[in-house]
Design a protein around this ligand. Sequence first.
Ligand code: 5GP
Length: 204
Amino acid sequence: MSSSGLLFVVSAPSGTGKTTVVEQLVKIVPTLEMSRSYTSRPPRSNERDGVDYNFVSRQEFEERIARGDFLEYADVFGNYYGTGKAETEARLASGRDLVLVIDVQGARQVRERRPGTVGIFVLPPSFQVLEHRLRGRSQDPEAAIQRRLATARSEVSAVSEYDYVVINDELDRCVTELRGIVLAERARRDRRANVIVPIAKTFQ
Ligand code: 5GP
């Protein structure tokens, strides 16, 4: 897959607030967009199809897997989640940078297929804070909370696979730090060839 835009993957344990953080980030950074995933999970009461996710049936998801429609996909908490390959390619090809908010299994697949991908891991301040947030926000039964906490332990152990780590202790601070990462990645010399060459010519 060749493209001109930059691809970022953001992972974090469920309850860390990564979606909120990335939603804020794309509001303040021009030409940075958030990808919309497909999922076979049913929508929650506050979610809308085509906005929060593209909600599809399990069968449709499996048909899409068979067609090779996904850049990555994973089974998370018993439901499928995946990133559409064609829409990702089209958005990157148009020069926009894209953020995928995906789990660690999906992030591994993306890194393998696109070696230039920038990985960012968002950590909660502690396990105890994560547990408190999960219990506070959700109507989920205890078993579901326990499952998310167990997954969180194994996800945090994958932190060393990522290029950057930010702590979500305070929303604004965390968003500012993420913005710094995006701007720094955009300024890397190897990604600025199209700017360097014309300027360098004026010096000849
Ligand atoms: P939720 O059901 O709470 O919206 O999301 C559950 C988990 O699925 C989160 O860890 C989220 O990052 C992950 N997820 C959301 N979209 C995708 C995706 O497209 N691919 C993968 N691999 N994981 C995703």
